[in-house]
Design a binder for this molecule. Structure first.
Ligand code: NAD
Length: 265
């Protein structure tokens, strides 16, 4: 018996096997869920389709989340196919390269608009359509990052987008809670993925956070997937509007010097 037996999940944001979304898909499947996926852009087809086929997933829909029509079309197809939805996962983010790295003060108006639209606003229409397919309640989750709260070098416009996303999660939790739909954010520490590669210096950030975070170990897509499967399950029935950290405890640190660092100083 899996914790998600009989549940249907739709996961947005699979780009390749390193995607956090793919770690989530695998964890949801391990727990017994039926999973459909969505990806963006024709160039990803050659990676996404073989992955899906290997995992026995045959609901694979393209969707650019800047388009209301495309978002609606995916949910219409999901309704025709599955009849209902129990779980929605938003694992989507984008900012123009020139607005990541560089100086915060140089963020462009257009870059701000694009990053906020794709990485934050998109959760609102997705949650609306998903909730319409969740008459018995359900679980919606989105991927955020600690840069929403504390300044992280070079994360720039994406930090603003994540702050907006976390606010949207809390508002959706209040809006959809009365119908039994829970909405939460998962905040992983840095992981090497396609999106992470867009942040200059991310390798150093990963190395650093593995060295100083209390649990002293790399964070994997599987770690995030397991938390997503928990949030999707009835075991998380009373958790909503929350940000759950999967960062080895990094976010509890005030100063990030280790005992060894202090001894060496
Ligand atoms: P990824 O590149 O595998 O996933 C990002 C996804 O966003 C891709 O599938 C991409 O196609 C999709 N996307 C971009 N623009 C889109 C659009 N217009 N329409 C639809 N989809 C679009 O990288 P990832 O690291 O797995 O990122 C997934 C989520 O996790 C993002 O929200 C990211 O900010 C968040 N996150 C990542 C890390 C990390 O260190 N990798 C840490 C914290 C949070």
């Amino acid at each position: 018996m899996g914790a998600l037996d009989g549940k249907v999940a739709l996961v947005f944001g699979v780009a390749n096997k390193r995607s956090i979304a793919w770690g989530v898909v695998q964890a949801l499947q391990r727990a017994g869920a039926t999973v459909g996926i969505s990806y963006a852009g024709k160039v990803l087809e050659k990676r996404v389709f073989p992955l899906a086929e290997g995992a026995g997933i045959d609901f694979v829909e393209e969707c650019d989340v800047t388009s209301d029509e495309q978002i609606e079309a995916v949910f219409t197809k999901a309704k025709e196919r599955f009849g209902k939805l129990d779980v929605l996962v938003h694992s989507v983010a984008f900012a123009p390269g020139e607005d990541l790295g560089g100086r915060f003060r140089d963020i462009s108006r257009e870059g701000f608009r694009t990053a906020l639209d794709i990485s934050a606003y998109s959760l609102i229409p997705m949650a609306k359509h998903a909730a319409e397919m969740m008459p018995q309640g359900g679980s919606i989750m989105a991927m955020t990052y600690y840069a929403a709260e504390k300044v992280m070098p070079r994360y720039n416009v994406m930090a603003v987008a994540k702050a907006a996303l976390e606010n949207i999660v809390r508002n959706l939790a209040a809006d959809l809670g009365p119908q039994g739909v829970r909405v939460n954010a998962i905040s992983p520490g840095p992981i090497r993925t396609l999106a992470a590669a867009g942040v200059p210096g991310v390798r150093a950030m990963i190395k650093y956070s593995n060295r100083v975070s209390p649990l002293r170990r790399p964070i994997t897509q599987e770690d995030v997937g397991n938390v997503a499967a928990f949030l999707a399950s009835d075991a998380a029935a009373l958790i909503t509007g929350e940000t759950i950290y999967v960062d080895g405890g990094y976010h509890v640190l005030g100063i990030t010097l280790t005992e060894e660092d202090l001894d060496a100083l």
